[in-house]
Write a protein that binds this ligand. Structure first.
Ligand SMILES: [Zn+2]
Length: 274
């Protein structure tokens, strides 16, 4: 069983759908999402919109670090046996460094680590977004992950929002990251009623199963441009170097004139551009 998406190959494995015309849209209609942060307008035929990166503004070098808190629905026995899918030192480092970040959390992760989920969700430094309940794939052939049938996709996303609320995350964002980054038109259509904006990335940190923090840091530093969305992980068993990589990445990007923002700020800036 794949514990974590092999994100290094996700970009080639997945379909590409560009964001549609970017203008504000009404608050999501799903009762699962109460807040109304910026989202993208739906794509053609009302498909769930896909966000990849913010404006490439050289004069305002914003970058969003995102951390996927992966735990798959069937990994409970492994957690019970001592495997740690959380990464408290990483969250502590982000707080020490005062780095805003977006955490794409699975519902299963929130259930396993309710105190941490609540703490992250209530810290204004962070925003919690949806990475599905089960961390099962929304297309076939996605890094060996089990697959969610199309008629269960919406329920899987809404179940994650329910899990967040149950542990005390009151305002999860209407943003969804597909497990493994894998999606197609069927998946985008299935999620339309939830009102989420799908969030991909333009910089792969490569921290999944990495053992060399410096290599992860280098890959991020080589890839970041203004408006970038960087995907990393908040799962210490499968991404043990991420905290150390972040301690290199953050000061260097600040030295280069970058400021760290949450995904919502980049999406809001994309809205304003249209
Ligand atoms: Zn994931």
């Amino acid at each position: 069983m794949a514990a974590l998406c092999a994100l290094g190959t996700a970009l080639t494995a997945c379909a590409t759908v560009q964001p549609p015309q970017q203008r504000p849209r009404p608050a999501p209609s799903s009762p699962a999402v109460r807040s109304s942060p910026p989202t993208l307008a739906p794509g053609p035929s009302g498909l769930t919109p896909v966000f990849r990166n913010g404006p490439r503004t050289p004069g305002d070098k914003a970058v969003a670090l995102t951390f996927d808190a992966d735990m798959t629905a069937d990994q409970g026995p492994r957690a019970a046996a001592g495997e740690r899918f959380d990464h408290p030192r990483l969250i502590a480092a982000l707080r020490t460094l005062e780095v805003p970040a977006t955490v794409f959390m699975t519902g299963r992760w929130a259930e396993e680590y309710p105190d941490q989920a609540r703490s992250i969700g209530r810290d204004p430094l962070f925003e919690v977004a949806n990475h599905s309940y089960s961390h099962y794939a929304f297309t076939a052939g996605c890094h060996g992950l089990p697959t969610v049938p199309a008629d269960r996709m919406r329920a899987d996303v809404e179940r994650a929002y329910t899990a967040f609320r149950e542990v005390g995350v009151e305002d999860p964002m209407p943003y969804f990251r597909f497990p493994g980054g894998c999606y197609d038109r069927v998946a985008l259509r299935a999620l339309t009623p939830t009102g989420v904006t799908a969030v991909q990335w333009d910089v792969v940190g490569g921290d999944a199963f990495a053992t060399d923090a410096e290599a992860v840091a280098r890959q991020v530093l080589d890839g970041v441009r203004p408006g970038s969305v960087v995907v990393l992980h908040c799962t210490r068993s499968a991404a043990p170097t991420t905290e150390r990589a972040v301690r290199t990445i953050v000061p260097e990007l600040r030295r280069r004139g970058y400021r760290f923002v949450k995904v919502s700020e980049l999406i809001g800036a994309a809205d304003g551009r249209g």
